[in-house]
Design a protein around this ligand. Sequence first.
Ligand code: NDP
Length: 444
Amino acid sequence: MKANEILDLLKRRFPNEPEYHQAVAEVLPTIEEAYNEHPEFEKANLIERLCISDRIFSFRVTWTDDKGQVHTNMGYRIQHNNAIGPYKGGIRFHASVNLSILKFLAFEQTFKNALTTLPMGGGKGGSDFNPKGKSNAEIMRFCQAFMLELWRHIGPETDVPAGDIGVGGREVSFLYGMYKKLARENTGTLTGKGIEFGGSLIRPEATGYGNVYFLLQMLETRNIDIKGKVVAVSGSGNVAQYTVEKLIELGAKVVTLSDSNGYIYDSEGIDSEKLQYIMDLKNLYRGRIREYAEHYGCKYVEGGRPWGEKCDIALPSATQNELNGDDAKTLLANGCIAVSEGANMPSTPEAIDEFLKAKILYAPGKAANAGGVSVSGLEMTQNAMKLSWSREEVDEKLKGIMRSIHEQCTKYGTQSDGYVNYVKGANVAGFMKVAKAMMAQGIL
Ligand code: NDP
């Protein structure tokens, strides 16, 4: 396999899908060597079969707003690869959603899920529906209309969706309610459900907590204590909120958060009381992060991103391509020692190059944010067994999984000079697992 040739082929076959090309371009060069050590992979054309989704569903979603006006949106589900288990991956509701973004996410998800040690394949779905400013009743009607099409393609042993940007506990519950009505079963298809009807404890916290657990593992390799470290976090949704909660518990000082309008810088640090304000602001009142700055009298930068603020550690937790090469240079110049990605593909290729060149601790999302899907996997297990584990049990399992992902990264990513390239480590470890499973199951 020659990485460039495969990439060219995918660009020709799927033009105008830049995020998908970017995700594939990040992986292929790092697995080229491992792939080429196995001539049987090439004969089985494993690489094209791994890059191209098994199937993609797209459908029109028709819904009515509170004034009686009818709207249409596009809905999608990508079933990328099920070599090691049912398709699994979140659903995103955001105006920017298109096939390119969902294909990049489904591709990444396949590697991430392989790293978790749990039997899950990769998938992703969503809609270009914009939830901002919609009433609760409109959100419910949209979720029901979306599921009216999606339900026939998913199931507990085929494809198990979860949440992502714009899809939290409220949306998952509306989606699940409609799924159950249509499918007439109670098997827990969809994870991130409410605790009262099959959800797992720690699932809301899992991505943020998991990212911090992974960060701790990385810091340990250099004997660095997280206590007192200044941390820049972006986003202010599910992942960002629980990242901050865990950082506060561990004695780190979080100074930034953001949303799609701008970022806040709080030189005093965000404490538990301020975090509760953010959770209420974002989860109940659906407000803007600007209101935090107005409430606490701190700095707010409209249209900005937090990477210009001095910090020891950066945890991008909002969205893809939110940290570019210049941002990376600024972070490094300001003394940043570690970047761990809560979001999916938040760093551009130029930013990743900078981090690797500077040999700082840098964890790509597919390793660092795998805690969310891991606890989703644990939710599936609990649903299948018809019982619930305690908070402590799930948290211990999550810690164990993040430790194991770190071990796999160091196994495959340690260079001759001792530097751990977590990008290569995660990609090769995830790839080898999926590749072996695909080879064993024949040409499909
Ligand atoms: P939420 O919808 O809860 O929060 C998303 C946050 O990112 C919000 O603050 C949002 O701001 C901001 N944001 C979204 N789009 C943009 C944009 N285009 N530019 C700037 N800011 C933006 O989503 P999550 O916290 O669940 O997801 C955040 C990231 O983490 C995503 O990349 C997701 O794929 C990834 N992830 C999530 C997992 C999970 O378990 N939820 C698991 C693994 C990865 P605003 O409020 O203005 O929209």
